[in-house]
Design a protein around this ligand. Structure first.
Ligand code: DOR
Ligand code: ZN
Length: 345
């Protein structure tokens, strides 16, 4: 039995670092686990320009952690072709994120007509700047469990056919249809996998009482979808790589009549993925999934620093203290079996 893993420090290819006081809190947890992260732009004032991305980058760097933020721009209908060129030249921006308007937290400034973005996708293809997609339709008439599947049928197939050289990341996939779509697409189409979508299904959200801390978007689906996602993560296929979608909200805002979507996993993310891979006899697949496939997709060098993981039971805290408030971490109170440990000297 493997009791220890020494691996290159992982990358989180989908992370919400937030802003203000919360930024420092999330960064502290993240920098222990990850060398780099693709930083989501859905701040209260969305990161829609290169200047805003640079300010956000500087704010992140000012904390002094040994951590590299990989910035993204928030796609709006106002984004210009010139700004896409500037983004590419900036060297700090690694993708442009498409949120259909109204689909999730801080997405009201997102896209209402995907068709009208095709001229922008053209530029992104030209400059080899990846398009990162929250792949759900936001039409409130569409059943929430079908929103990802319908997004694929209505938009994603068309985007990928029109722009065969555009690199596309289908973020936080939640359905078997998404797994199949990525498998059938070219090498330019990849997906991020969150721990919650690989581990849980909608029973973990709705059966035996509502579990607001397992509520995220896309919402957890049936077990057959969870199994497909888990399989894709442990398959060793480079199209599937780590992206936590860790997205903190205050406990009070999740345990509410209208609870926020988002799971806070940053504090123990790599330990949780190690547990998932281990329980499925796939520990040997963990390193590439967490530190190689994502870097390859984004054309980044591999991290050189190492982390050590050891097999050791660890109970995830029930609550984290934040600024006189509380945040409930993913799998609060549950025991996982791997922990980050000191490197041997
Ligand atoms: O559950 C989610 N929370 N899904 C998202 O797409 C956004 C995120 C957030 O920012 O809170
Ligand atoms: Zn996200």
């Amino acid at each position: 039995m493997t009791n220890e893993l020494i691996i290159n420090k992982p990358d989180d290819m989908h992370l919400h670092l937030r802003e203000g006081e919360l930024l420092g809190f999330v960064l502290k947890d993240t920098a222990k686990q990850f060398a780099r992260a693709i930083v989501m732009p859905n701040l209260k004032l969305p990161v829609t320009t290169v200047n805003l991305a640079r300010n956000y980058y500087d704010a992140i760097k000012s904390f002094g952690y040994d951590f590299q933020p990989l910035m993204t721009l928030y796609l709006t209908s106002e984004l210009s072709k010139e700004e896409i060129k500037r983004a590419k030249e900036s060297e700090i921006i690694h993708g442009i994120k498409l949120y259909p308007a109204g689909v999730t937290t801080n997405s009201k400034d997102g896209i209402t007509s995907i068709d009208s973005c095709f001229n922008l996708f053209e530029e992104m293809q030209k400059y080899n700047l990846p398009l990162l997609i929250h792949g759900e339709v936001s039409d409130s008439k569409v059943d929430i469990f079908d929103r990802e599947k319908i997004f694929i049928e209505k938009y994603l197939i068309k985007i990928c056919q029109h722009f065969p050289s555009l690199r596309v990341v289908f973020e936080h996939i939640s359905t078997k249809e998404a797994v199949d779509f990525v498998l059938e697409s070219s090498v330019n189409v990849a997906a991020t996998i969150t721990p919650q979508h690989a581990m849980l299904n909608r029973n973990d959200l709705l059966s035996g009482g509502i579990k607001p801390h397992n509520y995220c978007l896309p919402v957890l689906k049936r077990e057959k979808h969870q199994k497909a996602i888990l399989q894709s993560a442990i398959s060793g296929n480079p199209k599937f790589f780590l992206g936590t979608d860790s997205a903190p909200h205050l406990t009070s805002q999740k345990e509410s009549a209208c609870g926020c979507a988002g799971v806070y996993s940053a504090k123990t993310a790599i330990e949780i993925y190690a547990d998932i891979f281990d329980q499925n006899d796939a520990l040997d697949m963990l390193p590439n999934f967490c530190n190689k496939f994502g870097a390859d997709f984004y054309s980044l060098p591999y991290n050189q620093t190492k982390i050590r993981l050891e097999r050791k039971d660890y109970e995830i805290p029930r609550q984290l203290e934040f600024n006189g408030d509380k945040i409930t971490p993913f799998l609060a109170g549950q025991t996982i079996h791997w922990q980050i440990a000191e490197m041997p000297h």
